[in-house]
Write a protein that binds this ligand. Structure first.
Ligand code: SF4
Length: 294
């Protein structure tokens, strides 16, 4: 696999609002999952050949050095700019080896992924969880596998992602869904949202965190519009009419979707507010730690 130079593997988060993380890590650069809406294609990140996955050179050595030096042993988030469980991970196991290091040095982890490969690392996640908080966020945007295949073409079907949630939850790993982005005029239907919430509950998810819209800018917008023309004829016109060049493109249904979404989550006992999700996964770790030392 091609590598790119790196100096640091951990960056401190500005505030730890986003799932209570203290650090961010991207062990890979680029992503081959092909999501038509991917924000990481934006010019501001400067990632050329985005669909090609590359590893950071000496990533594990640098990461170990970073972990050893930090005075704050917090939660490391991964999965923001590339999927830590991209197809290369199956062979190269960089994410798995990073988890080994988190375990050794006493750090927690917050993983965002679309891949069921995360279940391979259940043993390490459970081991980390004995000392530190662990949360797994699996992105699901479409209840329907056929629609997911169009907007996330190289990703496992939604049904396989739901199975991964069940496997992790059955093992006692705090797991839930990132329900984002919800694309205006495509998957922003009541039926889609209700089906995802119901399946989440059925598979043992603890939470769903949604965004009823999408962000678009520069080259990422052009790529997205090309994909709309290829797969959803006529929809680009709706985007241009409703959003022009706006960065934030909320679904015209957002208010209604939020009302139904919160009602359904309450019905099934799923968490959906950030402070509740963070509070619970950090507390669950705490209660496990107490019983661990009993
Ligand atoms: S999985 Fe994430 S990083 Fe990869 S293409 Fe999809 S949105 Fe982009």
């Amino acid at each position: 696999m091609e590598t790119i130079p790196a100096k640091n593997m951990l960056t401190r988060t500005k505030n730890n609002f986003w799932f209570g993380t203290d650090y961010n890590m991207n062990i890979y650069r680029g992503c081959s999952h092909g999501c038509i809406y991917c924000d990481s294609r934006s010019d501001c990140y400067g990632i050329d050949a985005f669909d090609q996955v590359r590893a950071k050179e000496n990533a594990l050595t640098i990461l170990e050095d970073n972990l050893r030096r930090k005075t704050l042993k917090g939660v490391v988030g991964t999965g923001a700019m590339s999927d830590p469980y991209n197809p290369m991970e199956k062979k190269h196991q960089l994410t798995r080896q990073a988890l080994e290091l988190f375990k050794r040095y006493g750090y927690g982890v917050a993983i965002a992924t679309k891949s069921p490969l995360v279940t391979r690392d259940e043993d390490l996640l459970l081991a980390i969880q004995k000392r530190s908080p662990v949360i797994i966020k699996i992105t699901i945007t479409c209840a329907d596998d056929a629609l997911a295949k169009i907007i996330e073409p190289q990703v496992a079907p939604s049904s396989a992602r739901f199975s991964a949630i069940k496997a992790l939850s059955d093992h006692g790993i705090f797991t839930g869904i990132l329900l984002m982005p919800i694309l205006p005029f495509i998957n922003d239907t009541l039926a889609n949202i209700k089906a995802i919430v119901a399946s989440a509950a059925e598979q043992g998810a603890k939470f769903i965190y949604p965004a009823f819209g999408v962000t678009l800018r520069d080259s990422q917008r052009l790529y997205f519009y090309d994909q709309l023309d290829a797969h959803f004829p006529g929809i680009k016109k709706e985007y241009l009419r409703h959003f022009g060049n706006a960065y934030s493109c909320a679904s015209p249904q957002a208010k209604n979707l939020w009302t139904i979404f919160t009602r359904e989550c309450q019905h099934y006992g799923l968490l959906y507010k950030m402070e509740d999700i963070v509070g619970r996964y950090k507390l669950e770790h705490g209660s496990q730690q107490l019983s661990f030392f009993d």
